[in-house]
Design a binder for this molecule. Structure first.
Ligand SMILES: Nc1nc2c(ncn2[C@@H]2O[C@H](COP(=O)(O)OP(=O)(O)O)[C@@H](O)[C@H]2O)c(=O)[nH]1
Ligand SMILES: [Mg+2]
Length: 378
């Protein structure tokens, strides 16, 4: 049985409801611990995902001077995915020069392994077959070009920008489970908007641990923007309320709100996000202007399940996909585009302040599919 068939079987089981729904989510990232067991939640695993500010700052300083251009930088950060995806297709082309059924089946397996997901794989291979037929292509070596175009088509819309407020501060809420890169992405966004000449204010509404507030403060100082904070365990709603007034009073152009990603359980987490949202809506009927869901590319298909949970409750307007640099599972970009009707707005490609880029389908497809010509020759 090919890998693709196995996947199909699994998918059929899911569709028939044979799998436990909790298997679809990532329990380790949203633990269903008992209420009040806060001690238990402060696990070493949590420490592992928090950056050491010193190290991050030095890294950031180094990377700010990165001379590589956009496509080159993207190529570099996608190198693991490229190896696992385009590299394997190149190897296949070398071994199978004709576009027969075996060839397409092997392409399917490669796409599944790169976390493109079932729908994308079926869709992509079907489109490639059609194009190959239409253009009377017989040689497998031409498949890479077709694929690059089809990938850009699947991902769709080009350069989705932020929905700026017509007047007053633009309010951006940032949500996602613990460790995905919310705080780091907020720092990167703040850095970028400040560089564009906008006045940025941050709100530390992840009051779950003192360290989370400190971490955002370090970034705020580093970038040189103001931040509104309360004590650890304070009501996040109160932080947001204060931040909204401060944003008006200080004539900020943009307020970015950090939120907690780990509460006692999923219901608590969603309630807290809902509450913050309602406070924003009450104070500013036109806001929040963006609710950005941060997803970690290294979690592969789990990122899709996470997104589905958040989509149910929090009115997500865009996705920030982090850690593309650290994964061979970059096919997740395609799965997210296909499965969710939410634009991928930014991608994280490193730990430095400049390592957050506007997402462009064509640049992504180009960086992923660039062909190492030598690899195709003998
Ligand atoms: N390599 C890489 N690491 C990242 C990226 N974004 C975030 N991280 C790291 O992921 C870890 C968790 O980030 P953090 O912002 O604390 O996550 P949060 O819990 O969602 O706020 C930190 O070590 C970050 O440096 C990225 O795009 N690439
Ligand atoms: Mg955080």
């Amino acid at each position: 049985m090919s890998l693709f068939d196995k996947f199909k079987n699994k998918k059929n089981k899911e569709e028939k409801g044979l799998m436990e729904p909790e298997n679809m989510f990532v329990p380790s990232e949203l633990p269903l611990a008992e209420q009040g067991e806060t001690e238990k939640l402060e696990t070493p695993e949590m420490e592992k995902v928090s950056p050491e500010p010193e190290k991050v700052q030095t890294e950031a300083l180094k990377k700010e001077d990165d001379p590589l251009n956009f496509v080159e930088r993207m190529k570099k950060s996608l190198s693991k995915t490229r190896e696992n995806f385009t590299g394997k297709i190149e190897a296949l082309i070398k071994n199978n020069r004709s576009l027969d059924d075996d060839f397409w089946e092997d392409v399917e397996d490669i796409l599944i392994q790169a976390d493109c997901g079932m729908k994308v794989t079926m869709n992509l291979v079907e489109k490639m077959k059609q194009t190959a037929k239409k253009n009377k292509i017989k040689e497998s070596s031409q498949v890479l070009n077709i694929m690059q175009e089809e990938i850009a088509n699947i991902i769709g819309r080009e350069s989705m920008v932020i929905n700026w407020a017509a007047s007053g501060p633009t309010i951006i809420m940032v949500v996602g489970v613990n460790g995905v890169g919310k705080t780091t992405s907020i720092a990167k966004l703040a850095y970028r908007y400040k560089k564009e000449g906008r006045k940025v204010l941050l709100a530390a509404a992840d009051t779950f641990r003192a360290a989370a507030i400190d971490q955002l403060q370090i970034w705020a100082d580093r970038v040189g923007v103001d931040m509104i904070k309360h004590q650890e365990k304070a009501d996040p709603g109160a932080v947001v309320f204060d931040a909204l007034s401060a944003a008006e009073a200080r004539k900020a152009d943009i307020l970015i709100i950090d939120t907690a990603g780990r509460l006692q359980n999923k219901v608590n987490l969603m309630n807290e996000i809902g509450k913050i949202r309602r406070i924003i809506e009450r104070e500013r009927p036109d806001a929040p202007h963006e609710v950005l869901l941060v997803l970690d590319a290294t979690t592969g298909q789990n990122a899709v399940s996470q997104a589905q949970v958040f989509l149910e409750v929090s009115g997500i307007t865009g996705i920030v996909l982090t850690k593309l640099d650290g994964t061979a599972k970059g096919g997740i970009v395609l799965a997210l585009a296909q499965e969710l009707n939410i634009p991928l707005k930014y991608v994280g490609i490193g730990e430095g302040l400049e390592d957050l880029r506007d997402f462009s389908p064509t640049v992504f497809a180009k960086a992923l599919m660039y062909s190492d010509k030598a690899a195709l020759e003998n």
